[in-house]
Design a protein around this ligand. Structure first.
Ligand code: TMP
Length: 210
């Protein structure tokens, strides 16, 4: 009888809007696949049919900040049960574009939702199923603003979060950096103001070490 597969790796990618995270997430998925790893690339809010429907509400409908946090965690629960836990049990690498750190940064630091409530929800929704590694793509809020303005000029319509003020993004960035400082072994901060080739070289080195 063959031994059960060992638990896979849970890797999350974070950063403020306009940090280039999603492009780099695709690149990391390709690099890992090239190295023979089985990769499940997914995102939050979303990743399941129900989660994607909730995402549509979150990005486009007005609501209170508390409801925003509750819906993020509802989508996360579906994602965890349907996608993340089964993939980790199969031994796959799960590359998740945002997870609970985003809720602490956006809803907590950005919108002032009670951190005690977020702690309770996080414990209820995923217990100790936390990322093994979190790549934080870091840019100052003015870089994020400029990139979003360029995307808008090229015809992209901005969602509810992308239309937030620069002050909001500054608070979100600070929220992320505070979490990274509190858990330095889990976080890797990637300076995403550098040219794409330099960031890619760093991602290749990370993929080599996984
Ligand atoms: P995305 O553009 O990276 O796909 O994320 C969609 C938006 O959702 C982004 O502006 C950040 C926001 N978000 C939160 O506010 N809280 C969360 O917990 C997550 C996962 C995303």
């Amino acid at each position: 009888m063959s031994a059960p597969p060992s638990r896979g790796r849970f890797i999350t990618l974070e950063g403020i809007d306009g940090a280039g995270k999603s492009t780099h997430a695709r690149f990391l998925a390709e690099e890992l696949t090239r190295r023979g790893r089985r990769v499940v690339a997914t995102r939050e809010p979303g990743g399941t049919a129900t989660g994607e429907a909730i995402r549509d509400w979150l990005l486009h409908r007005p609501m209170t900040h508390d409801s925003e946090a509750l819906l993020m965690f509802a989508a996360r629960r579906e994602h965890l049960v349907q996608v993340i836990e089964p993939a980790l049990a199969r031994g796959d690498v799960v590359l998740c574009d945002r997870f609970t750190d985003a809720t602490y940064a956006y809803q907590g630091a950005g919108h002032g939702v009670s951190l005690a409530m977020l702690d309770t929800l996080a414990e209820f929704v995923h217990g100790d199923c936390n990322p093994d590694l979190t790549l934080l793509f870091d840019v100052p809020s003015e870089v994020s603003r400029e990139r979003l303005a360029r995307m808008q000029a090229r015809g992209k319509s901005l969602d509810r979060f992308e239309r937030e003020s620069q002050d909001f993004f500054e608070r979100v960035r600070d929220g992320y950096l505070a979490r990274a400082a509190a858990e330095p072994a889990r976080f890797r901060i990637i300076d995403s103001t550098r040219p794409v080739d330099e960031v890619r070289a760093e991602i290749r080195a990370i993929a080599d070490g996984l």
